[in-house]
Design a protein around this ligand. Structure first.
Ligand SMILES: Cc1cc2nc3c(=O)[nH]c(=O)nc-3n(C[C@H](O)[C@H](O)[C@H](O)COP(=O)(O)OP(=O)(O)OC[C@H]3O[C@@H](n4cnc5c(N)ncnc54)[C@H](O)[C@@H]3O)c2cc1C
Ligand SMILES: NC(=O)c1ccc[n+]([C@@H]2O[C@H](COP(=O)([O-])OP(=O)(O)OC[C@H]3O[C@@H](n4cnc5c(N)ncnc54)[C@H](O)[C@@H]3O)[C@@H](O)[C@H]2O)c1
Length: 471
C-alpha cells in the first residue's frame, strides 16, 4: 500500500496538537485533521474561557470586600459585556499558539474538515483518502446530558454556550457539583448572579473531602446555595426555569448542565472497523493502543482522566512511541489536578482515602495549616491546609487547599517519582494552567536541541521508512 503520510492525527485539541507537533518535529510526514476550531475545547470552551471568567470574578470579589489592609475600594461596577470581551480576548491571545499556521510551520499538513476512519490505515477527509501506518484518534468529548425529565424541552447551558451569554444570569441553577459546577458557581456568584448548585453525591467527589469542606464554607459565605439531590425534572422557558429534585423545587433564570463528559468516539467509522469501546470511551492499554493495530487513542475520547495536561502527556507519549519506537506507558502515580475556585483545591498522587484503600494501616498523614505560614499571615489569607499522604517517609500524594494551591504541587511530583533532573522536570505532568508550567518549559527548552537533534531525527526517519515498507 502506498502511504500518503507517516501518521494521521484526528483532532486539533490539546491531545492531537501535542501528538502531531511532536511527530512533525522529528521530521515525520503528519496529517493533522480538525473540523471545528483549532485548539479544541481547552482553548475555545474549556480552560481558557473559564479561567478568564474566574479572573474577572476574583477582581469583583476583591472590590466587594470594601475595606482591607486599611485600604478602601469602591463597590465594583460589573458590566457583562466587558467580562465577555475579556474572556474572548484571552482566547484570541492564546489562539496563535494552537493555530493552523503554527502547525504548518512545524511541518504538519493541516486539514480543516471532518475525518472518517475507513480502515486500520485509511482516513477519508475532504474527498481525499489518506493512508498511514499509524493513526492517532484525539477527538475529545462533549458535555454529557443526564436523563432528566423535560430536558429536551427546556433551554439549558453547557460549557459550549455559557461563555457566549449576552447578559449575566439573574439566577443560575447548576446541575452537578463537580469541577465545572464549582468553578462556574463561584464565578457567577461573585459577578452578581444568585447561584444554586444541585448535587446528589459529594461536591468535587474526586478530591479530598477536607479540602472540599474549606471551599464549600467559603462559597456558602459568598452566597452560593447547595442543594443535595438528584435533578429529576426540569421545565420552563428562557429566563424562567424550574428544577425538581425529590424533595425540593428550585426556580431560576438559567440552567447549567455540568454532570461530566460523553467521549466523542462514535459516528466516524471506528466502530465499523472493530475499535472496541466501553461507556468511558475508546478502550486503550497503558500505551494508549486501541484494539486495532496501529491505531492509538489519546485525551478525552478514551477512558481515563480528562484534563488538558493529561491530553498533552498522552500526546507526547504516543509521539515518542511512533517516532522512536519506544514503548511508552502512562504513569498516573504523580498525576496532578487543580480546581480553580478561591481557595484553589489541588491534588497530586493519591488522596488519603485512596491511599488507605490500597495501603491500609501503613498510611500516615501530616497536615500543616496556612495559619502557621507567615507569608499567609502577613497577607491576611491563612485559609486552608496542606495534607501529605505518606507510607513511611515516602510521599504517595498531597492534597492542598489554599491560595495558589496548584502552584505548590511541583515539589511533590518530584518526591513521588523520585526524579528531579532537568530531563525529568521537562517530562513531568504539571497541572494546567499554572505558572509552575514555566519551570517545565525552561527544563524542556534545555533539552530541545538534543531531543529533536539530527541523530534522533535520522533514527525517527529510519523507523518511519521501515514502517512504511513493512506495515
Ligand atoms: C469548562 C471547562 C474547563 C476546563 N478547565 C480545565 C483546566 O483548568 N485544566 C485542565 O487541565 N483541564 C480543563 N478542562 C478539561 C480540558 O478542556 C480537556 O480535558 C481537554 O481540552 C481535552 O483535550 P482533547 O484534545 O482530548 O480534546 P478536545 O480539545 O475536545 O479536541 C478534540 C478535537 O477533535 C475534533 N474532532 C472530533 N471529531 C473529529 C472528526 N471526526 N474529524 C475532525 N475533527 C474532529 C473536535 O472538533 C475537537 O476540536 C476543562 C474543561 C471544561 C469543559
Ligand atoms: N480545573 C480543572 O482542571 C477543570 C475544570 C473544569 C472541568 N474540568 C474537566 O471537565 C470534566 C467535566 O467536569 P464536570 O464538572 O462536568 O464533571 P464532574 O465529573 O467533575 O462532576 C459531575 C457531577 O455531576 C453530578 N451529577 C450527575 N448527574 C446528576 C444529576 N442528575 N443531578 C445533579 N448532579 C448530577 C455528579 O454526581 C458529579 O458530582 C472533568 O473531567 C474535569 O476533569 C477540569
Amino acid at each position: 500500500m502506498k502511504f500518503t503520510h507517516d501518521v494521521i492525527v484526528i483532532g486539533g485539541g490539546a491531545a492531537g496538537l501535542t501528538a502531531a507537533g511532536g511527530c512533525a518535529l522529528f521530521g515525520l510526514d503528519v496529517a493533522l485533521i480538525e473540523a471545528r476550531k483549532m485548539g479544541g475545547e481547552c482553548l475555545n470552551d474549556g480552560c481558557v474561557p473559564s479561567k478568564a471568567l474566574i479572573a474577572a470574578a476574583k477582581r469583583a470579589a476583591e472590590a466587594n470586600e470594601s475595606e482591607r489592609y486599611g485600604i478602601t475600594l469602591q463597590p465594583p461596577k460589573i458590566e457583562w459585556t466587558g467580562v465577555h470581551k475579556h474572556i474572548h480576548d484571552a482566547i484570541a491571545a492564546i489562539a496563535p499558539h494552537d493555530s493552523e499556521e503554527r502547525f504548518e510551520e512545524m511541518g504538519c499538513e493541516v486539514i480543516r474538515d471532518w475525518a472518517k476512519v475507513t480502515g486500520p490505515q485509511t482516513v477519508e477527509v475532504g474527498g481525499r483518502t489518506l493512508r498511514a501506518p499509524r493513526i492517532v484518534i484525539a477527538t475529545g468529548s462533549k458535555p454529557a446530558v443526564p436523563p432528566i425529565e423535560g430536558i429536551d424541552e427546556t433551554p439549558y447551558l453547557t460549557n459550549e454556550n455559557i461563555f457566549d451569554l449576552d447578559a449575566l444570569p439573574d439566577h443560575l441553577v447548576i446541575v452537578g457539583g463537580g469541577v465545572i459546577g464549582m468553578e462556574m458557581a463561584q464565578s457567577f456568584r461573585r459577578l452578581g448572579s444568585a447561584v444554586t448548585v444541585v448535587e446528589p453525591g459529594e461536591l468535587m467527589g474526586r478530591d479530598d473531602p477536607d479540602s472540599v469542606a474549606v471551599v464549600r464554607e467559603t462559597m456558602e459565605g459568598e452566597g452560593v446555595r447547595f442543594v443535595k439531590g438528584l435533578a429529576k425534572k426540569v421545565e420552563g422557558k428562557e429566563g424562567a426555569i424550574r428544577l425538581h429534585t425529590e424533595d425540593e423545587t428550585v426556580e431560576g433564570s438559567h440552567l447549567l448542565i455540568a454532570v461530566g463528559r460523553t467521549p466523542r468516539c462514535k459516528g466516524f467509522g471506528l466502530e465499523d472497523i472493530g475499535v472496541e469501546m466501553d461507556r468511558g470511551g475508546i478502550k486503550v492499554d497503558d500505551r494508549r493502543r486501541t484494539s486495532v493495530k496501529g491505531i492509538y487513542a489519546i485525551g478525552d475520547c478514551r477512558n481515563g482522566p480528562r484534563l488538558t495536561h493529561v491530553s498533552g502527556y498522552e500526546g507526547s507519549n504516543v509521539a515518542l512511541e511512533i517516532t522512536l519506537g519506544v514503548p511508552t506507558k502512562v504513569d498516573w502515580s504523580a498525576l496532578p489536578w487543580c480546581t480553580y475556585t478561591d481557595p484553589e483545591v489541588a491534588q497530586i498522587g493519591m488522596t488519603e482515602r485512596e491511599a488507605r484503600e490500597k495501603h491500609g494501616e501503613k498510611v500516615t498523614i501530616v497536615k500543616e495549616t496556612f495559619h502557621d505560614n507567615e507569608r499567609s499571615l502577613a497577607e491576611g489569607n491563612d485559609k486552608g491546609h496542606l495534607k501529605l499522604v505518606l507510607k513511611g517517609k515516602k510521599v504517595l500524594g498531597a492534597s492542598i487547599v489554599g491560595k495558589n494551591a496548584g502552584e505548590l504541587l511541583l515539589p511533590f511530583s518530584q518526591s513521588i517519582t523520585g526524579k528531579s533532573s532537568t530531563f525529568a522536570l521537562g517530562s513531568a505532568i504539571i497541572a494546567y494552567p499554572t505558572r509552575s508550567e514555566i519551570s517545565k518549559a525552561a527544563a524542556f527548552t534545555a533539552w530541545e536541541p538534543t531531543v529533536f537533534g539530527s541523530i534522533p531525527k535520522k533514527y525517527a526517519g529510519f523507523v518511519a521508512s521501515l514502517r512504511r515498507r513493512f506495515s
